[in-house]
Every structure is written in structure tokens, then in C-alpha cells.
Design a binder for this molecule. Sequence first.
Ligand SMILES: [Zn+2]
Length: 298
Amino acid sequence: MNKKIRNILSVILIVTTLLCFLCGCNIEGINYYNDEYYSQESDAFNGDLRVHFLDIGQGDCALVETSDGYILIDAGETDSKDPIIEYIDSMGITQFEYAIFTHPHSDHIGSASTLLEKYTFNNVILPNAVSTTKIYEKLLDAVETEGCEVILGEAGKSFTLGDALIEIFAPTSDYDADDLNNMSIVAKLTYGDVSFLFTGDAEKKSEKAILSAKYDVSADVLKVGHHGSNTSSCEEFLNAVAPTVAVISAGEDNEYGHPHSETVQRLDELKADMYVTYEVGNIVISTDGVAFGVSTEK
Ligand SMILES: [Zn+2]
């Protein structure tokens, strides 16, 4: 790079930094109000409940931040532990009220034992589904060593954290070792008028069972099931959820081709705004219980 170009770039950098400083460097986001479809690009919405969807490649990890404590939902692959720990530490979190590990597959519980050892978890919610993998055994060992309260995650249970309500809609069926995705805990988080549906890797069978049980799955934000796979997100289920925002957690160029085109098309037809972690990085959705805003890393 010649000296002249370097000087020009330096000037641009200084001017940009100065402008950012003068305007308070607000993070831009897209904000949504109530149920009606309305969006507007503006400063990031600043509510008192935030859900963070972490960009950790092909796996799931979300953090729920409330003024009354934190909830971890899934813990990515084993090799995602460093970015997850970095993110948690950057928020200054040392203790979680709840961890929900949706089902015992490595892309959801890979870093669970490390996190259980590093932070305090008061309650750990697990589905009635076991696995013989080393990763799952390490999770159970850590739960026992750390003395966490274990809660069986099954349809019909609910719990609160401050003013946030968490209702569990699945699994509804008995344990099936060959169908671990459909043993996923499906949970709805409601704060005021704003709700989020977390689906783990639940597939059509579980979605249909949830609908048959007449749970109210409608939600403003849907963490799309099974990384956007066509094994999940059947039309009836998506219609019932009717999300304004759909979050898909998937790794770039993943070997499964997630998200699948059928799922993307269905969400498009529902006019849901779609955010895929490998495209936009970490996603933060903030709400005051009336409106909510989505901010993305890129
Ligand atoms: Zn998965």
C-alpha cells in the first residue's frame, strides 16, 4: 500500500471515529411494534428483557437476559465453548437461574459441562431423553458435581423469572431413543405482549403433537426448529406461530444444507423477517413487553 492511500485511509478512519463519537455511536436495529407488521430502521431498541442468539456455527445457544436473572438455552458444540464463554463474560454474568438443554445432541449440549463447571446454574431443565455419548455423560456428571437442581422438562410445566413466563409445550411423548430431535424441549417465553418460541430440533411429529394439545404457540419471535431443516416447520405449525421474526441458527456451508429452501419459502410466505446467524452474526432482540427491536452484529 503506498503512503498516499495509507494517509487517506487514516483520515477516513479518524473522521468515522469522530462522527461515531459525536453521535453516541448508536447501534442500528429494526424495531417492531405490537402484532401489526411494522418495521422501521432506527437506533437499537432498549428494553429490559433481551434474548441473545449466539453465532456459534452449526449449533444452538441463546441467552435470556432479564433484570431478575439469566436463562441459558442450549450450549452449542464442544468447540464453541470459547466464543460462548467470551460472550457470557462480556455481559458480566456469573450465575444463571435456569439452563434449558433441549435435547442430548452435541450441537446443543457440546459445551454444557464446561459452562456448568465455570458458572453457577441454580436449575437445569432436561427432557426425559438419555444418550450414551461421552458429552451427555459429562453433562450429567457436571450437574451432579455442581449440585444443580434438575427439573424434568415436559409439556405442561411452566416457571417464571421475574415478570417473564416460560411455558413448556414439548416433549409430549414418551422417550424414544431413536428420535431424540422429537424429544426436544419446546418452550415459549412471554414478557408482557411479546413472546419468543424456542423449538430446539423438534420436527413435524412434535409440532403436530403440540398443536393437537392446543398449546398457544403464537409468538412474535420464532427460533426456527432444527436449524431451518425441512424435517421441521410444517405449514400448520408455522401458520399457528405466525412469527414476525424468525431466527435460524446455522453454520455457514454446513453439511446439511440448513436452512432448507422449503422452510425459507414458508417463512417468506408468512412475511416473517428472517435472521440467519451465519449471515448476520450474533442477534440481540430487546423488548419492554410492548415493542421489540432486533440488532445484529453485521
Ligand atoms: Zn441441532
